[in-house]
Write a protein that binds this ligand. Structure first.
Ligand code: ASP
Length: 336
């Protein structure tokens, strides 16, 4: 009798599982750049791995709890925005004038709704502001003081610009400025000359309802001026999500990603040319960006929860939890 009960119980729990057994998966990046074992101390490496792991697990936990891909993306990005390790929120790079101008965007795959903010200075979580634009406005992109005002009017937490300051980024600004002045370039980011690491953050997710989402948040590039805006808040360049193809978040030298419409191009190759996300991502990163010397990478997720993370820089901070629940955290080019 006891065995019969156990048998029936096991069978029914299996049925429950199989009915709701649609895959969930999650992936993040914390920026691509000249990241090599030689220029990252063991201590610093451990800090990055711990924070990447915390962020990817926080996003995944939202999905496990039945939350949407949109909520999972926001959650994971906010973990990284709050960490001084990444170039987003606290730890954002400095502008030429010694301030922070933050950009972020988010897109939902099921209805292709999107929201973005560019050049915000007072909004504590730029990704939350991008979500607000998507859900509470009729617009896709707001910029500058107006975007901050909109966030404030809708109840987001505001802060002072120097909340985002870190000593490390201050030093980077001084170095980059010296280099720019010496070379008489508007923006020289040659990693051979300046140890320039990108550190933008992003996430892609597939939830239990089969919906994809992608989001990206950044401080942009060190010493940017004249209101420069990169690819991160540009839908189609730095962020894209469409349930019929894939979700993408990018990191790298934004001008190249804008000109090549990188995130949307990858998903178009999946949608119209039948490529896998790995093939499409490899093509765009290695055959389109690399010949132009556009450096960076992307994280990509398809509607089955497959993940691809191609990049052409030395490293890219990244982590994923696949459809089987396997956690992977990596930094360098050799998958470690
Ligand atoms: N893509 C960002 C930008 O150009 C920088 C980065 O990914 O680190 O603003």
């Amino acid at each position: 009798m006891k065995h019969l009960f156990l048998f029936i119980f096991t069978l029914s729990s299996f049925n429950v599982l199989s009915k709701t057994d649609s895959p969930i998966a999650f992936a993040i990046h914390g920026g691509a750049g000249t990241i090599t074992k030689a220029n990252l101390s063991d201590e610093r490496e451990a800090e990055y791995r711990a924070k990447l792991s915390e962020s990817v697990k926080a996003g995944y936990a939202v999905l496990v709890g039945g939350g949407s891909s949109e909520e999972a993306v926001i959650k994971a990005i906010q973990v990284m925005e709050a960490s001084p390790l990444f170039n987003a929120g606290i730890g954002a790079v400095f502008t030429w004038d010694g301030e922070h101008e933050l950009d972020a965007s988010i897109m939902r795959g099921q209805d292709k709704q999107a929201g973005a903010v560019a050049g915000v200075k007072r909004t504590k979580s730029p990704i939350a502001a991008a979500q607000l634009v998507m859900n509470e406005s009729v617009h896709v992109m707001l910029s500058g003081a107006g975007a901050d005002d909109f966030a404030q009017a809708n109840g987001l937490e505001m802060t002072t610009n120097n909340t985002f300051d870190t000593e490390r980024r201050q030093k980077a600004l001084e170095k980059v400025k010296q280099n720019i002045l010496k070379n008489d370039h508007a923006m020289n980011i040659d990693p051979e000359v300046v140890d320039y690491k990108f550190g933008t953050v992003g996430a892609v997710a597939l939830d239990k309802n089969g919906n994809l989402a992608a989001g990206t948040s950044t401080g942009g590039m060190t010493a940017k001026r004249w209101g420069r805006i990169g690819d991160s808040p540009i839908i189609g360049a730095g962020t894209w999500a469409d349930n019929e193809s894939c979700a993408v978040s990018a990191t790298g030298h934004g001008e190249y990603f804008i000109r090549n419409h990188v995130a949307a191009d990858i998903c178009s190759r999946v949608k119209y040319a039948g490529k896998t996300i790995q093939e499409a991502g490899d093509e765009v990163i290695h055959q389109v960006l690399s010949p132009e010397a556009g450096s960076g990478g992307v994280i990509i997720m398809d509607s089955k929860g497959n993940v691809a993370m191609p990049f052409n820089s030395e490293g890219m901070y990244r982590a994923s939890i696949d459809t089987k629940g396997k956690v992977t955290v990596a930094i360098y080019g050799d998958k470690t």
